[in-house]
Design a binder for this molecule. Structure first.
Ligand code: SF4
Length: 381
């Protein structure tokens, strides 16, 4: 099975000085730390700004006040324990609270807190809900990382979902190909289960979370290849992150390498204003320019990704920027009447999130911590 050895205490990071470890203990007490030796070995410890290091090693900047623990109000999406249903055709099953390591910028870091009970062992009520709601054609297994479940348990979830005729696509959101590819390489039963339930008519998609090119190792590529050979479709999604993948060359290399290997990009995410995420957040203008600049350096399927904000009111795409204005569009919307709605705002180079552009009572989602700007307008085509 998985060869990785897990590390849960910052005191085990002997590459850091005593002083650094002391400082980081305070951060890890607030937002859980978890790593593994495979992933830690990718770090160049001589570089304090190494991107892999920034992804999993705590930093004191996380203690700065910013955002909310549940920045997209996911708590309002639950229709059964462990089951979220926000958009008509898609349901989410939050099936574990564990990941191969913990990304410091995780938008679900609340799941790793003792007080949280969103991830459930008994998914029966959620699966029953999906069975009764025939509009649901897509089910996303999420968490946490579903590939951290035992193969037996994952197989049981896949088997039950495949008895529901209206469920076509099963998506598995996973950073295991980056965090611990041996989990895939060392378990033929996992591959057999994925192959069994990714059929000619109804595929399983694994949505990988590669953030930087350094994660796309030869071992990771072997795991990717194993999944592809099992008949699984792959696509990558990543937030755009300060100090991690915020150089156009880095991002271009990531999407070029992955698309060559059969993992074209799907979504690029605006970093959510989740507590602890200030060191990683890019403004909307920075993120838009970054992705546009990276896209100029790649071709073909590498270009297909969208930059979106997973806002409480819907998935909002950043579609354009001029000297004076910013243009957004609802790609998916919580309220049906917002579907496809086009939004135009006075350009604000300091805005991180929709709530920084528009007062709370002007959009359907809750707008906690909103910064109000006087000149904006909404228009619908
Ligand atoms: S893999 Fe995803 S869910 Fe897990 S810590 Fe990273 S961002 Fe969070």
């Amino acid at each position: 099975m998985a060869r990785a050895r897990y590390v849960r205490n910052v005191d085990s990071l002997t590459q850091l000085s005593d002083r650094e470890r002391r400082q980081l203990r305070v951060v890890a007490d607030k937002y859980a730390f978890r790593a593994n030796d495979y992933y830690l070995n990718l770090i160049d410890w001589s570089d304090p700004d190494d991107p892999i290091r920034r992804i999993i090693v705590p930093c004191t900047g996380e203690l700065q006040a910013f955002g909310a623990l549940d920045a997209s109000d996911e708590e309002t999406n639950y229709v059964a324990p462990g089951c979220q249903h926000k958009y008509p055709h898609t349901a989410l099953l939050v099936c574990t609270q564990i990941c191969g390591a913990f990304c410091r910028f995780c938008f679900r870091k609340r799941l790793f807190m003792d007080s949280n009970d969103e991830a459930v062992v008994n998914l029966d009520p959620g699966i029953d809900y999906i069975r009764k709601h025939t509009a649901i054609t897509n089910v996303l297994l999420t968490g946490g990382d579903p590939l951290m479940l035992s193969t037996r348990r994952l197989e049981s979830i896949l088997r039950r979902l495949r008895t529901i005729p209206h469920v076509g696509i099963i998506r598995i959101g996973s950073k295991i190909p980056a965090f611990n590819p041996y989990r895939i390489l060392d378990d033929p039963e996992l591959i057999a289960a994925l192959s069994r339930y990714s059929t000619r008519e109804k595929r399983i998609y694994v949505m990988t979370h590669f953030n930087v090119p350094q994660e796309v190792t030869q071992v990771a590529l072997r795991a990717v290849n194993r999944l592809l050979k099992a008949g699984v479709i792959l696509a990558n999604q990543t937030p755009l992150l300060r100090g991690i993948n915020d150089r156009p060359e880095t991002l271009a290399e990531l999407i070029r390498t992955l698309s060559f290997a059969g993992v074209p990009p799907y979504y690029f995410f605006q970093c959510r204003p989740t507590e602890g995420n200030l060191p990683f957040a890019l403004t909307m203008v920075e993120a838009y320019r970054l992705l546009e600049s990276a896209k100029k350096k790649v071709s073909g399927l590498a270009k297909r990704a969208r930059l979106v904000m997973s806002h409480a009111s819907g998935k909002i795409e950043l579609v354009g920027l001029t000297r004076t204005r910013m243009y957004l569009k609802y790609h998916r919307a919580r309220n049906h009447e917002d579907e496809g709605r086009f939004l135009s705002f006075k350009r604000d180079d300091n805005a991180y999130w929709l709530d920084d552009l528009v007062p709370a009572d002007h959009h359907p989602g809750k707008a906690r911590d909103a910064t109000l700007h006087s000149s904006h307008f909404l228009s619908r085509d």
